[in-house]
Design a protein around this ligand. Structure first.
Ligand code: PXP
Length: 247
């Protein structure tokens, strides 16, 4: 990492939409949450459009694209339906010259949350062709993978700018995972892949990660920010995390 460049915080606003969908009400609006997060200093906004549309809805995506002032990072599965949505929402004619990002993630129907990283080793052809299709339309592409060296190596493909390491096992307290993350991070740097991390991160477990793995330049965090925002407000919840990652 260039020591002059600060690390970035991507605020995932899915769970504002979860609360909205619980009542099918028009509020709380994830687009407003995105604006508040940006005003509080967030470097980008992340959301996940799921096959079952349990939180983010199709209609949220063009609204987010038009209102987000930083970068919009949409997580999705590499299905035909989702790629069609990505190409439509991020069509160059609708992005005003700005490049946004798609992060490809695995998705299992019925899962409570994303359960692991993409298996790029086993599905390299599909992932490579999907990434190229998106990159050819000017979209940045990232892959969400587990911190395993073979997955990092397999992710070094044309059209892929960066990878996001799955931190869920680290967040669950698995002691050996910090070393796996560190090894994957060093390999990503060697391969010239920009490095993000996310899943299950909180203001409790983030400081050690930031200290031990300076190669991570971006963190995508959602559930703990929105959960904490219920008590301290979104502005404070975002600023507290920014203070940790920019230390
Ligand atoms: N990164 C990815 C790829 C994810 O799928 C998610 C969850 O949608 C996150 C980060 C954020 O995880 P959390 O909500 O646990 O902070």
């Amino acid at each position: 990492m260039n020591s002059a460049s600060p690390r970035r915080l991507g605020v995932n606003i899915d769970h504002v939409a979860t609360l909205r969908q619980a009542r099918r009400s028009p509020y709380p609006d994830p687009v407003i949450a995105a604006s508040v997060a940006e005003l509080s200093g967030a470097d980008q906004i992340t959301c996940h459009i799921r096959g079952d549309r349990r939180h983010i809805q199709d209609a949220d995506l063009p609204r987010l694209r038009d209102s987000v002032q930083t970068l919009l990072n949409i997580e999705m599965a590499a299905t035909e339906e989702m790629i069609g949505i990505a190409l439509d929402v991020f069509h160059p004619d609708r992005c005003g010259g700005r490049r946004h990002r798609i992060t490809l993630v695995p998705e299992r129907p019925g899962e409570v949350t994303t359960e692991g990283g993409l298996d790029v080793v086993s599905h390299q052809d599909l992932i490579a062709s999907t990434a190229l299709q998106l990159a050819n339309e000017g979209i940045h592409v990232s892959l969400f993978i587990d911190p395993e060296d073979e997955q990092v190596r397999a992710s070094s493909l044309p059209g892929i700018d960066m990878i996001e390491l799955n931190t869920s096992r680290y967040a669950e307290g698995e002691a050996t995972d910090l070393e796996r993350l560190r090894s994957a991070a060093l390999l990503a740097e060697e391969l010239g892949l920009e490095l993000a991390a996310g899943h299950g991160l909180t203001h409790h477990n983030l400081p050690a990660l930031v200290r031990h793995i300076p190669e991570i330049v971006e963190y995508n965090i959602g559930h703990s920010i929105i959960g904490r925002a219920v008590f301290v407000g979104l502005d404070t919840a975002v600023r507290d995390l920014l203070a940790i990652i920019r230390r």
